[in-house]
Write a protein of this length. Structure first.
Length: 75
């Protein structure tokens, strides 16, 4: 099966969110902000914090899509 990669930015946010929700986030619900400066702050909405990073192009990651256009992974 062919796979393609795309940087995570505002355009594939919905695909990234669907991938995270389908898999209960990363490590059981975590929205992958631990390596960002604000990751250690308490009381943050991690999903919203990640969304803000993605739409402002400061997430520095990529999505892996299958041939049907569904996100299957991120790196």
């Amino acid at each position: 099966m062919p796979y393609t990669t795309r940087p995570i930015d505002a355009s594939p946010w919905d695909a990234f969110a669907e991938l995270m929700e389908r898999n209960n986030g990363v490590f059981g619900g975590w929205w992958c902000i631990g390596f960002h400066p604000e990751g250690a702050e308490r009381g943050l909405d991690h999903r919203e914090t990640k969304r803000k990073r993605v739409v402002t192009d400061s997430a520095h990651a990529a999505l892996v899509f299958d041939e049907d256009g569904s996100a299957q992974g991120w790196c």
